[in-house]
Design a protein. Structure first.
Length: 290
């Protein structure tokens, strides 16, 4: 799970390095991944063509995934890598709310407390980074969509193998973006369509390693953990990317103390949500008795 999160941490860096705007960037990312993944599934004889008959749910999930990525990269373009990834950490909070609404039951107290710290952390960042309000709002929309697609994926994994599900989701995402692309380019006529220079290399790494392989690892982990735990652990992704952004882009020059305070609160929410305190208490009591 954490290997996938580490690879996802690189996506923000590539989003900053690639010169394309958010929609063509996501279209190329998904298209390249479809080609790589489709070829691999065909080569290893793992492509299940029968799933196309019942693919509606997976294709719709792919549309949500594409929207999640578009808003995420838009957040980077309108602010910076650090802000986009910090707001993305609210994904676990949205996951708790969505899952509770679907199951029609109260969320666990631990999940509510962890989500509260996430909200507090994002709120502190929002309060002190007034120049990046648009980027923060785009990041929050991306987080909501990210939580939605994770929950959808966990449900769909009962019907599909991880690679076949990912393939269908990517096909659905490419299809939706292709349909709305004419309207997007009419509204943004100066937007570049084709990658240039090093963009091609960045997109290949982003599609093959940070998308196809990383999402396979994440989907495998969903068989053993809840969507909430995966989304909450994904809050570590900002830390990886922020450290890289500091080194590569010197983003620390654009941030103030409010950002760091908010980041600490979000990190604490990760610890609070993933550690099983009842087990720790039981183990500590056993140790004392021994």
């Amino acid at each position: 799970m954490h290997a996938a999160i580490l690879l996802w941490g690189l996506t923000g860096i590539f989003g900053k390095l690639i010169s394309l705007d958010e929609l063509p960037l996501v279209w190329w990312r998904m298209t390249i991944t479809v080609i790589i993944l489709g070829a691999a599934l065909k080569w290893f004889d793992q492509l299940d063509t029968t799933i196309l008959k019942k693919a509606k749910g997976a294709l719709f999930s792919g549309a949500v995934l594409a929207s999640h990525w578009i808003f995420f990269f838009a957040s980077i373009k309108y602010s910076n890598v650090s802000i986009a990834l910090c707001t993305l950490a609210s994904t676990a909070m949205f996951s708790t709310l969505i899952q509770s609404a679907i199951a029609r039951q109260r969320p666990m107290a631990k999940e509510l407390i962890a989500s509260a710290f996430t909200i507090l952390g994002v709120g502190v960042v929002f309060q002190f980074q007034e120049l990046h309000v648009v980027g923060i709002m785009l990041g929050l929309v991306s987080a909501f969509l990210g939580a939605t697609v994770t929950i959808q994926t966990k449900i769909l994994l009962d019907e599909y193998s991880p690679y076949n599900l990912l393939f269908l989701q990517l096909v659905g995402g490419v299809g939706v973006i292709t349909l709305i692309a004419p309207l997007y380019f009419m509204a943004n006529p100066t937007t570049a369509v084709l990658p240039v220079g090093a963009d091609w290399l960045y997109l290949l790494v982003l599609g093959g390693l940070c998308t196809a392989y990383a999402m396979k690892l994440a989907y495998d982990s969903l068989a053993h953990v809840s969507a909430f735990v995966l989304n909450l652990s994904t809050n570590l992704e900002p830390l990886y990317s922020i450290l890289l952004a500091f080194v590569l882009f010197k983003e620390y020059e654009q941030l103030n103390n409010g950002f760091y305070i908010g980041s600490v609160l979000i990190l604490f929410s990760v610890v609070l949500g993933t550690v099983n305190f009842s087990d720790l208490w039981s183990n500590s009591k056993k140790t004392v008795k021994e």
